[in-house]
Design a binder for this molecule. Structure first.
Ligand code: ATP
Length: 228
């Protein structure tokens, strides 16, 4: 599903955020990416959806070698890769419906198909009754639900989530985790960077620990015992 071979990322300021990293993530896996602040987690996952390009090495996502991907082909990559952020990144002037529909519109779906699919995913995240509201009228947890609906609207093979519970209270964090679990159980790969030890140690999955741009641990059902 996702393969990185000898991947490094050096930013223009000289910082080597990811250093000769190798990893293989199979379809259907749920992978936590943990490690101290500044370890390289965000850089590592940004390279999977071509938000950052590696300085060297090879990245294959869903059979596509990202080095060979032209800029105009990036939307097609994003169709198979849903992204969820800590701060939701919803468009403030668009309604819940429009925020989710926007992802479909960029790949030129018909209005009928957009409506059917958007309502389907909003029902899945429990927000069918709030379709006409603006993000500012929703709680943090509800906004994250909209962002998850947006990430799955194209039925991606993988969801990449960068600290999806970082801005949420504990109870809401568990609700969001349950939703990601449900999506994973339906076959979608989930890759989630997190600092939340309680979640990692309770809902057991593969744990990839990064420090100084290097994978220092990669364990199925591992514990998150890191200081950071
Ligand atoms: P956190 O848990 O705090 O989000 P992280 O593990 O996700 O951290 P990254 O955001 O990937 O870490 O950062 C890794 C290193 O790369 C840090 O030293 C950071 O300062 C540096 N870095 C990140 N983004 C950039 C950038 N756009 N330009 C230059 N340096 C960057």
């Amino acid at each position: 599903m996702i393969e990185m071979q000898d991947v490094s990322k050096k930013y223009p300021n000289g910082i080597i955020a990811v250093n000769a990293l190798d990893i293989l993530i199979n379809q259907g896996e749920f992978v936590y990416v943990v490690g101290p602040s500044g370890a390289g987690k965000t850089t590592f996952i940004k390279m999977m959806y071509r938000e950052e390009k590696p300085t060297s090495g090879k990245i294959i996502v869903n059979g596509v070698d990202l080095a060979k991907l032209k800029n105009r082909e990036v939307p097609y990559l994003r169709r198979n890769v849903g992204v969820v952020f800590q701060d939701f990144k919803l468009l403030p002037t668009l309604t819940v419906f429009e925020n989710v529909a926007f992802a479909l519109e960029v790949i030129e779906q018909s209005p009928k198909e957009i409506k059917r699919r958007v309502m389907e995913v909003l029902a899945l995240v429990g927000l069918k009754h709030k379709v006409r509201m603006l993000p500012s009228e929703l709680s943090g947890g509800e906004q994250q639900r909209v962002s998850i609906a947006r990430s799955i609207v194209n039925k991606p093979k993988v969801i990449i989530a960068d600290e999806p519970t970082g801005n949420l209270d504990p109870e809401t964090s568990w609700e969001i985790m349950n939703l990601l679990e449900e999506i994973n159980l339906q076959g979608t790969t989930v890759i989630m960077a997190t600092h939340n030890r309680e979640i990692v140690n309770t809902i057991k999955h593969r744990v990839v620990a990064i420090e100084n741009g290097i994978i220092v641990r990669d364990e199925q059902q591992g514990e998150y015992g890191y200081e950071g």
